[in-house]
Write a protein that binds this ligand. Sequence first.
Ligand code: MN
Ligand code: MN
Length: 473
Amino acid sequence: MSDKSKAEKLKNELFLDKPNQWDLADDNLSKKVYDFSEEYKKALDQGKTERRFIEYSIQRLEKAGFKNAEQIDQATPGTKLYFNMRDKALVAAIVGNDQPAQGINIVASHVDSPRLDLKPNPLFEENELVYFKTHYYGGIKKYHWLSTQLSLHGVIYLSDGTKVDLNIGDDIEDPVFTVTDLLPHLDYHRANKKITEYVEGEKLQVLIGSIPYPDKEISERFKLGVLQLLNEKYGIKEADFNRAEIEVVPAHSARDVGFDRSMIGAYGQDDRVCAYTSLQALIDSEVAKRTSAILFTDKEEIGSEGRAGAQSQAFQYTLNSLHKKILGREPSLSEMQDFYLNTNLLSSDVTNAFDPIYEEVSDKTNSAYLSKGIAMNKYTGSGGKYSTNDADAEFLAYLTNLFDTNNIPYQISELGKVDAGGGGTIAKFFAKTGMNVIDCGVAMFAMHSCFEVTSKMDVYNTYRAYKVFMNKG
Ligand code: MN
Ligand code: MN
């Protein structure tokens, strides 16, 4: 053997190799990858808010034979059930053969995304135009929301208790709404502003109408014109907005990106790409040794606060209730403790894919890359590894071994360079319960923008990874 081939052999043996998965795909696999993304795009279009995604998920689960837990007294191996946590969060499971105290396998993701929320008193008229005032939700770059087509989703309770479900702007026949931007010709005064000050939060006002009520004698007749329309169509009065929860999101639908259609561009893929892939993985799962479960949280984008956020004890109550349904009695304290200590949870969330246009923010050897498989972050957080879970080597060894055995491509990465910024996930909140937790999900471009980009190959491989994880005894 020549020295060169010997060196090559040694290199192949010792070096870490993370091939681009498109290189390894035959026609059969490529077809599966493309086909898989079709229903995923529909899920993104139907599930643009946390409520919509929960609604979509329950439809899918019921079609696949999952029953609302309220209808089930005793769950036995093979029982498929879901807990609807007030339309904003969800736990669904296929009961396995093991005792719950031996632990279960959970894939957990969040179904909220950054957006604009209507203020409690949103409606106002200014210079013969009508607007909704908004308060942004989560980490947005405000300029992304200017001069783009927007739709409205949410619930509004009328004074008699009637629930109105607003859904305007996504259907091609619907009108859309917009936040106007300033023309460049008159934008010189903002030219040297910092990006964080370029658009003030109070300027994120949504244009919703411009025709007045015909009576010229009356004040605020433009606002009256719009309110009359809303009242005729939905029975809404101005005071009803005080009780409402209305979200403003991009109106465009999910699209293929690239001549080769290898990528998906859409709003809200953080984190519905992980929610969707786990949902599909659970639906396609068989009864296993351990119980397989998915869990969706709300409010991750504002720190997992509130009762549907990962910090809420509602998730432990719900998991305890699953435990109880499987046992047919209250679990004892030690059974409950063992349940949490023996449970494995993937905090399934997106991470940054190395973007050659902005390579300065990433450490090339510790970055996730597009189309190289599911991305696992041992830790997230910021600064000196603050505010993170930091999974232990034992759990990483377990998972990488599981993925290697099942031919699942994965990459272990950090979100960006040290001190370049940072971010958190739901991982650390579930780790507090004693579960084994690690972050893993899809790497993407333009996270938190109105048009986030993922690789179809990664979406499919993430689905495969979640399925293997959930079905592992
Ligand atoms: Mn996320
Ligand atoms: Mn996010």
